[in-house]
Design a protein around this ligand. Structure first.
Ligand code: HEC
Ligand code: HEC
Length: 358
């Protein structure tokens, strides 16, 4: 199977990026830009189509507006943060700080995850407490991340909508609805649904291009799927079981427990499920772009990918709710290095940066 793409799709993608000189979305050898039709993201790739809610259809103009809003620091209470501030290209589109620091320097409780392929994810956040991207965008915007306050979204949207370069776009995309908390979140969600990572070297290998993985990466894939037992939770093509098993893809691997008083442990999924078996369980993250997105885990407590892989392969941290699916796999240092090399074949592109309007 050849992974070429019709020229129109690329033109649409570039058009959706706004600005005439978007930052190159291809970040060097070994990483590939997810080349998809922005109006039908994922179609024709091994991931399949991103589900698009009937209530928020994709249009080029909406995606372009959402992209600008995602990069827009004027969205935050103090002008200090955009969505992008915590999902930066240099951090693999995950967080930079171990635990994110929101507007007004507010310390948040968790690490910002990679956002590639979020359009496919049936549950969002480390504890899966939200099901749709529109609601998630409003929560991040109103909550500590951007600090606007859940009750102030319409007011902030009105403010943004009065900036002339945005006024014309809101009118064109949303007509009489204008700029509101809802329409802002719809535009951002539409943009996020275009963030498809499906043409990595691993994907090319899967599609039959055997030279796309080198020998070490090939060995690492073997360990990942075999002796390492990683595939039980991080299965291709999404590298997270949450896509097939939305409500069962939460496990306690023992992160955030060592040296923490029991009453202070982040109990994760238990807050959502109200089920004691979910104590300190967190969502299986996708491993796409993982080599670029240090630090790791829901609390950002592990600084390097080698350490993260070693932790998982050695069975996690023993505690009262540790999942039985983890065990000490007795991987050698060489096997761990091979798995790390394999994970490097899952590098995604970088987000193209739009020009923000005046
Ligand atoms: C201050 C840093 C910060 C800012 C600003 C921020 N985020 Fe995040 N983002 C996070 C953190 C931390 C999490 C995980 C929170 C949790 O799981 O409880 C997260 C989670 C997410 C997720 C869920 C990903 C998944 O796989 O579950 C999405 C999508 C997302 N953010 C998009 C956005 C959007 C859209 C905005 C702007 C409206 C935004 N973020 C602003 C830090 C930030
Ligand atoms: C029982 C299911 C399960 C298995 C098996 C498993 N993982 Fe995970 N993995 C998780 C969960 C859940 C997390 C998030 C835990 C947290 O943050 O508290 C995670 C997190 C990770 C992370 C950090 C990703 C990030 O973005 O922060 C890496 C890397 C990772 N796993 C690699 C592996 C490797 C390599 C193996 C095999 C040796 C493996 N995992 C086996 C469930 C699993």
């Amino acid at each position: 199977m050849k992974l070429t793409l019709p020229a129109y799709a690329l033109v649409l993608l570039l058009a959706a990026c706004g600005g005439d000189a978007p930052e190159s979305a291809v970040s060097g050898a070994g990483s590939a830009m997810p080349a998809v039709d922005p109006l039908a993201p994922g179609v024709g790739t091994a991931l399949g189509a991103v589900p698009i809610p009937a209530t928020n259809p994709m249009t080029e103009a909406k995606i372009a507006l959402g992209q600008q809003l995602f990069f827009e620091p004027r969205m935050s209470v103090d002008g200090s943060r955009s969505c992008y501030s915590c999902h930066l290209n240099e951090d693999g589109n995950g967080g930079h700080d171990p635990k994110a620091i929101g507007a007004q320097e507010r310390q948040l409780t968790r690490h910002a995850p990679v956002i590639w392929n979020v359009g496919y994810m049936p549950r969002l956040y480390w504890d899966g407490r939200t099901n749709d991207l529109e609601a998630q965008a409003r929560a991040a915007w109103g909550g500590g991340n951007m600090g606007v306050g859940a009750d102030n979204l319409d007011a902030k949207a009105t403010e943004i909508g009065q900036i002339p370069g945005y006024a014309t776009q809101f009118a064109a995309v949303f007509g009489a609805r204008g700029a509101t908390g809802e329409t802002v979140s719809e535009a951002i969600a539409a943009y996020e649904r275009t963030l498809v990572c499906s043409t990595t070297r691993f994907d090319r290998y899967q599609a039959g291009e055997t030279a796309a993985l080198n020998e070490q990466e090939g060995r690492g894939m073997g360990v990942f799927n075999g002796k390492g037992g990683c595939v039980a939770c991080h299965m291709a093509p999404f590298f997270s079981s949450q896509v097939v098993n939305p409500d069962e893809a939460f496990y306690n691997v023992g992160i955030g427990i060592d040296g923490v008083a029991e009453a202070s442990v982040d109990i994760g999924r238990q807050t959502v499920s109200q089920n004691a078996v979910d104590w300190a369980a967190f969502k299986v993250p996708s491993l796409r772009n993982v080599a670029r997105s240090a630090p790791y885990f829901h609390d950002g407590s592990v600084g390097t990918l080698v350490e993260a892989v070693r932790f998982m392969a050695s069975g996690g941290y023993p505690n009262k709710s540790l999942t039985a699916l983890l065990a000490n796999r007795a991987l050698t240092d060489a096997e761990i290095a091979d798995v790390v090399a394999f994970l490097g074949s899952l590098d995604c592109g970088s987000l193209a940066q739009p020009q923000l309007p005046n």
